[in-house]
Design a protein around this ligand. Structure first.
Ligand code: SF4
Length: 349
C-alpha cells in the first residue's frame, strides 16, 4: 500500500485492514445484489448526467416507472440535440418532475459541452463540476460512473451510511460535518473500483441502511458498523429543517371562444411553465368555486382554489390558449391535474 493511501486512510476511524474489508464487502455485495438500471448499462457521461439530475429530488420509481428517463433519452439522445432543443419541449418533457430549473440547467450544461468543449464531454472533475447545475456530488457521480475514475460522492444515502458506520454524532447538515463526510467518503473509496463502490454505497443507503428500520442483519458492513442494530435509527442527526409555510392560491377558470385564459410564469422557479391566472382572494370571493386541491413545493403547503369567471382581462403574462393545444403546453403537475380534471366537465365551453 502506498504512503498516499495510508495518509488518506488516516482520516477514517477504522484500521487500514478494516477499511479494506469494508470496500471488498461493499463491492462484493453490489456485484451480487446491485440493481440493473438503464444508467448503469451505459458509460455515456451525458446519459449519466441526465439520470443524476433527474434523480435529484425525485424517486427512482418515478423517473423509471413513469418513463421520464426513457422518454428524455429518446427525445434528447445527446448533448447536441438537447443544446438545440426548444425550451418549451424541454419543460414539457420534464412536466410532473418539479424543480424545473434542473431541466433548464441540463440544457445549459449541454450547450457548454457543445460550445465550450467542442462537443466532447469534459473529463476532469473540475470541468464537470463547472457545468451549470452540477455540484460536487453530481461531478463525482459522472466521473466515477462513466469512466470508473476515483472521485467520492456524498448524497443523503451515503451520508446516512457513513454517519451510522462511524457513529457520527454531529448534525450532518452543517458545513463542518459535510467536510468530514466528504473526507471519509474519499478515504473509504475503492479507487480501483470507483464505479461499483459508489453505486454500492448509494444503493446500500437506499435499500438496507434506510432512514427507518435499517436491515442491519443483511448488511455487508455489519461487522464494522458502530451503530448496527435498533440504535442506528437515531442517526444521522440533523439540524431542524425550515418550518412549513401554508399558503392559499386563488386562480381563475375563464373560457372564451374555445380558449382558456392561461399565464406563463416569468419567475425563476417555474419560468416558462403555464398555469391558471392568479387573483387575490377578494377578487374571487363572488365567483363560484369549481375546484380545490393541495400541493407542496419545497417547504410550502399550498391550497389552490379555482373559481369560474364569466370573463377577465388578461394581465401582462396572460393570454388565451386554444383548448385543443393545452396538452402541448408544459404545466406544473398540480396545474395539469386541475386542467385535466376540469376540461372534460365542460369547463365553461
Ligand atoms: S449495519 Fe445497519 S446501520 Fe450499519 S451500515 Fe449496515 S444497515 Fe446501516
Amino acid at each position: 500500500m502506498t504512503a498516499a493511501v495510508h495518509a488518506e486512510e488516516s482520516k477514517l476511524p477504522l484500521t487500514a485492514q478494516a477499511a479494506g474489508q469494508c470496500r471488498a464487502a461493499l463491492v462484493a455485495w453490489f456485484t451480487r445484489e446491485g440493481r440493473d438500471y438503464p444508467w448503469r448499462r451505459t458509460q455515456d457521461p451525458y446519459a449519466i448526467l441526465v439520470s443524476e439530475i433527474m434523480l435529484q429530488q425525485t424517486q427512482i420509481a418515478t423517473v423509471l416507472g413513469r418513463g421520464y428517463y426513457t422518454r428524455w433519452m429518446e427525445q434528447f439522445p445527446d448533448a447536441s440535440t438537447l443544446a438545440a432543443a426548444d425550451e418549451g419541449a424541454i419543460l414539457k418533457a420534464w412536466e410532473g418532475l418539479g424543480y424545473y430549473s434542473r431541466a433548464r440547467n441540463l440544457q445549459r450544461a449541454a450547450r457548454t459541452v457543445i460550445d465550450g468543449h467542442q462537443g466532447i464531454f469534459p473529463r476532469t472533475l473540475e470541468e464537470i463540476a463547472a457545468l451549470p447545475g452540477v455540484g460536487r456530488y453530481t461531478a463525482g457521480a459522472v466521473f466515477s460512473f462513466a469512466w470508473n475514475l476515483p472521485a467520492p460522492i456524498v448524497d443523503g444515502n451515503v451520508a446516512r451510511v457513513l454517519s451510522r458506520l462511524f457513529s457520527f454524532q454531529s448534525e450532518i447538515n452543517t458545513p463542518a460535518a459535510q467536510r468530514i463526510l466528504w473526507d471519509w467518503a474519499e478515504a473509504l473509496l475503492d479507487r480501483k473500483h470507483a464505479r461499483q463502490f459508489n453505486s454500492a454505497i448509494m444503493e446500500l443507503g437506499q435499500r438496507l441502511c434506510t432512514p427507518r428500520q435499517p436491515a442491519c442483519d443483511l448488511c455487508p458492513l455489519k461487522v464494522h458498523c458502530l451503530s448496527a442494530g435498533p440504535s442506528a435509527e437515531s442517526l444521522p442527526k440533523k439540524k431542524a429543517s425550515r418550518k412549513t409555510v401554508t399558503e392559499d392560491e386563488h386562480a381563475l377558470w375563464v373560457m372564451r371562444n374555445g380558449c382558456l385564459l392561461m399565464a406563463q410564469e416569468t419567475g425563476s422557479r417555474r419560468k416558462g411553465l403555464w398555469r391558471l391566472p392568479l387573483r387575490t382572494e377578494p377578487e374571487c370571493r363572488q365567483l363560484p368555486l369549481i375546484s380545490r386541491s393541495k400541493y407542496s413545493i419545497t417547504h410550502h403547503r399550498v391550497t389552490l382554489s379555482v373559481h369560474e369567471a364569466p370573463h377577465a382581462l388578461p394581465n401582462g403574462e396572460e393570454s388565451w390558449q386554444p383548448v385543443n393545444s393545452l396538452s402541448g403546453l408544459a404545466m406544473p403537475g398540480p396545474i395539469r391535474r386541475v386542467v385535466d380534471d376540469l376540461l372534460p366537465r365542460g369547463g365553461g365551453l
